[in-house]
Design a protein around this ligand. Sequence first.
Ligand code: FES
Length: 105
Amino acid sequence: MTRFHVCSLSELPSGEAKRVESDPAVAVFNVEGEIFALADQCTHGDASMADGYVEDDCTVECPLHAARFCLRTGKALSQPAYIDLATFPVAVEDGEIYVTVETAA
Ligand code: FES
């Protein structure tokens, strides 16, 4: 397990996402002050979920073929994706965001 510093909370406004270059890469999202971390690579293809479209209902839409995933659970909500995204623990401490990742190596 490795803990990564993502950024300051002030650097990740609501509706935005940031990619963490861990292995696997992680996409961290802010939805109205709630922070979520999911696998960055779409389970359908080679797309970065950090480049996706964050919706108010706490979902993200893949930028490539528009599959939607729940940011809370990683669940694949629409085709063409049917495999869920992995989720990762996040913490906000003193205004800084951290994510814990079980790294591949
Ligand atoms: S790559 Fe994400 S839906 Fe196809």
